[in-house]
Design a binder for this molecule. Structure first.
Ligand code: CP
Length: 322
């Protein structure tokens, strides 16, 4: 695994492998001296063209806890502001010989695009447009399976909200097909992608009905910054009543149901404060596990890259001897 573009490129076995390494990384995060030498001498650049708190910080902490040198670049303080293209920025940074480039950008497919031009750098997707957010979904899977004490296979996840603009939703729909969990999507028609049923999920506009029998209820943020116009739903109050998660609605699922949200939350819009802070909420465990998952992803990508480079050098030596 030289790159991590999305869940689409991962087999079920590879997802399981990453979850297993992530679980082993949790021990480092919980001890007093949070440092291991696995990535000593490696350089990781976090290149964020969109705002982020959780993903950027956890990639930085992940790299530093594994002893990598981590550099953070945000678009607002980079030469992008002077008109430099994504490709020029990528090639400029790659010329400084980093081992991995972690990228968040509004352009869907930006990681595939850059990887074609940067053959010696691991490219890790930290969220590309409405396409994929693979490390968030790996984080969710680790959190869910540890909370349930069993695998997610056969479980029911009800996912609610702005599906159309959500890269997390898309990555979960792909993961569900690979790992065998069922997703029920609940959203107004204006926030659903066309033909979303092709992913094997079910679709409902009735949250009260859909939440019954759910093992996980996954709330998505209303992405005001991506809504093309203000006409996707009539009002915030009506949205909260129809598609928001509040106590009475959660009670229909029962006490066992996990409440999840990738953050940042719009309290009072898609989720009520008392639910967000309840014992059923796993939101802060998602954040904590994000560090372990990103440690696993950085290790896998960078180690693979090094192994491939060593193999190429060995083959070159053999060719010279011939
Ligand atoms: N979940 C998530 O991607 O959060 P950030 O935007 O804060 O990174």
């Amino acid at each position: 695994m030289k790159h991590l573009f999305g869940i689409a490129e991962l087999s079920a076995e590879r997802i399981r492998h990453l979850l297993s390494i992530s679980a082993s990384m949790q021990g480092i995060n919980r001890r007093s001296i949070k440092k291991a030498p696995a990535l000593r001498g490696k350089t990781v650049i976090n290149l964020f063209f969109e705002n982020s708190t959780r993903t950027r910080t956890s990639f930085e902490i992940a790299g530093k806890r594994l002893s990598a040198d981590v550099i953070n670049i945000s678009a607002s303080t980079s030469a992008t502001k002077k008109g430099e293209s994504l490709l020029d920025t990528g090639q400029t940074l790659a010329a400084m010989q980093p081992h991995a480039l972690v990228i968040r950008h509004s352009l869907a497919g930006c990681c595939h695009f850059l990887a074609d031009f940067l053959p010696h750098t691991s490219i890790i997707n930290a969220g590309d447009g409405a396409h994929e957010h693979p490390t968030q979904v790996l984080t969710d899977l680790l959190t869910i399976e540890q909370a349930l004490g069993t695998t997610i296979t056969g479980k029911v996840m009800t996912m609610v909200g702005d599906i159309a603009h959500s890269r997390v939703a898309r990555s979960h729909l792909l993961a569900a097909q690979k790992l065998g969990y069922h997703i029920r999507l609940v959203a107004p028609k204006t926030l659903l992608p066309v033909q979303v049923e092709r992913f094997g999920c079910s679709v409902s506009h009735d949250f009260d009905e859909a939440i019954e029998g759910s093992d996980i209820v996954y709330m998505l943020r209303v992405q005001n910054e991506r809504l093309a116009s203000a006409c996707c739903f009539p009002s915030v109050r009506e949205y909260h009543e129809t598609y928001g998660l509040h106590r009475q609605r959660l009670a229909r699922a029962g006490d066992h149901c996990l409440v999840m949200h990738p953050g940042p939350m719009n309290r009072g819009v898609e989720i009520a404060t008392d639910v967000a802070d309840s014992l059923q909420s796993r939101v802060l465990e998602q954040v904590e596990n994000g560090v372990a998952v990103r440690m696993a992803v950085l290790t896998e990508c960078i180690m693979h890259r090094d192994a491939a480079a060593a193999e190429a050098a060995e083959n070159e030596d053999e060719d010279d001897e011939d």
